[in-house]
Design a protein around this ligand. Structure first.
Ligand SMILES: Cc1ncc(C[n+]2csc(CCOP(=O)(O)OP(=O)(O)O)c2C)c(N)n1
Ligand SMILES: [Mg+2]
Length: 425
């Protein structure tokens, strides 16, 4: 069923993701094939044309972040990582869902190179992405200087129906709209399917209107196989700098499977040996051998290696110039990115003895205040209870007169914040 809008090579690259997802789940006899299959075109356009990453150095500081909030669809991520040349082999794809491997049934940060967040509990990856976008905005506002855009990356996330049903995503996305996180770009996999069946069983939100009401820029892609529409939407989302973006993509779970497409069965079970075969035939796939990866597809995906090396080395040049121009800032940023605590961060920590019995929130407030000004990367918030749960940082708010920590990151507050946090101008 070749799509006339795609070149033969695009088709091959996309179907490689689909067939790896089908084969890995089939071999493991468990997993989630359908969503990875449906989102293969989106991953292809994003990884090939938009996402800035270097497979040889997954931790490059100014890379774009990608969070697969619907962690059950991790075969999509593993396939993209393997194909684009991260340190993840085809043998590890074949070991999907086996004990002790780097390809567990939901993606895990710190285990698999290129996985930015551990996901599986729906909604939470969306929250992680909002946090990452806050971190980017904070670092950019504090460390960039005219002519030195040393922190300048996007955070992308991919959310399923379940992600957007979960309360945590509502809260996090409301905050993202409030904070106008213009470098945050989400995709909503609008496939009308959840485990129990059609989303209409429980879900009637108008997600586009909801996100518009949060202050997001919202776009619709009517067909998740339309590479140009996806590309245009990603381009437009990047062009909107004053708001986060959501791209709502209508997809069909298990796309290409003659009997399982658009069914809840394709969510969390292997398609079945016979259906895998029929799907490969339907896709015009050149082999029935499991885990077949056409050389041309691999070579095309792997262009990401040279592109990524170029992107990182371009950034390293900017970074060298920056460090010379702003040596103190350079040292401070390096420290933060390395996750090292500053010398003396704990010097003012109070010691509580048996006679100092007090409410835990009071003790917590003292500890927070003891470390906050020494630990400028500390960001926190409070559920409208800063005063009563003692998360106020005294003298550390935007106007310098106290207040909850969260507004620290707001661009308008940076000048005061910089002074308070001992950063050079
Ligand atoms: C917080 C939370 N609740 C429940 C689950 C179990 N669960 C996994 S996927 C899923 C929903 C599947 O529907 P959708 O999110 O639309 O994913 P799709 O089938 O379209 O890939 C549920 C309820 C979970 N992972 N996390
Ligand atoms: Mg769904």
């Amino acid at each position: 069923m070749p799509d006339p809008r795609h070149s033969a090579l695009d088709q091959l690259c996309i179907n490689t993701v689909r067939t790896l997802a089908m084969d890995a789940v089939q071999q493991a006899e468990s997993g989630h094939p359908g969503t990875a299959m449906a989102l293969a075109p989106l991953a292809y356009v994003l990884w090939q044309r938009h996402l800035r990453y270097n497979p040889a150095n997954p931790d490059w500081a100014d890379r774009d972040r990608f969070v697969l909030s619907c962690g059950h669809a991790c075969m999509l991520l593993y396939s993209a990582l393997y194909l684009s040349g991260y340190d993840l082999s085809l043998d590890e794809i074949k070991q999907f869902r086996q004990w002790g491997t780097r390809t567990p049934g939901h993606s895990e940060h710190g285990l698999t190179p290129g996985v930015e967040a551990t996901t599986g509990p729906l909604g939470q990856g969306t929250g992680n992405a909002v946090g990452m976008a806050i971190a980017e905005a904070q670092l950019a506002a504090l460390f960039n200087r005219p002519g030195h855009e040393i922190i300048d990356h996007y955070t992308y996330f991919l959310a399923s129906d379940g992600d957007l049903m979960e309360g945590i995503s509502h809260e996090a996305c409301s905050l993202a709209g409030h904070l106008k996180l213009g470098k945050l770009i989400g995709f909503y996999d609008d496939n009308h399917i959840t485990i129990d069946g059609d989303t209409s069983l429980t879900f009637s939100d108008d997600t586009g209107k909801r996100f518009e009401a949060y202050g997001w820029h919202v776009q619709h892609v009517a067909d998740g196989n339309d590479l140009d529409a996806l590309d245009n939407a990603m381009r437009a989302a990047k062009g909107v700098a004053d708001r986060p973006s959501l791209v709502i993509v209508r997809t069909h779970i298990a796309w290409g499977s003659p009997h399982k497409q658009d069914t809840a069965e394709a969510h969390g079970a292997p398609l079945g040996v016979e259906e895998v075969k029929l799907t490969k035939q339907n896709l015009g796939w050149p082999s029935l051998e499991p885990f077949h990866v056409p050389d041309e597809a691999l070579a095309h995906w792997r262009r990401a290696q040279a592109r990524g090396a170029g992107l990182e080395s371009e950034w390293r040049k900017k970074w060298d110039v920056y460090r010379k121009a702003h040596p103190e800032l350079g040292v401070e940023l390096e420290r933060r990115l390395a996750g090292k605590l500053p010398d003396g961060w704990d010097a003012a920590l109070p010691a509580f003895g048996p006679k100092d019995a007090q409410a835990t929130r009071a003790a917590s407030g003292k500890v927070l205040n003891a470390i906050a000004l020494k630990l400028p990367e500390l960001i926190g918030g409070s559920a409208d209870l800063a005063g009563s749960n003692n998360t106020d940082i005294k003298g550390g708010g935007p106007g310098g007169g106290g207040g909850p920590q969260l507004p620290f990151w707001c661009p308008g507050a940076w000048d005061g914040c910089r002074r308070k946090r001992h950063l050079p101008a």
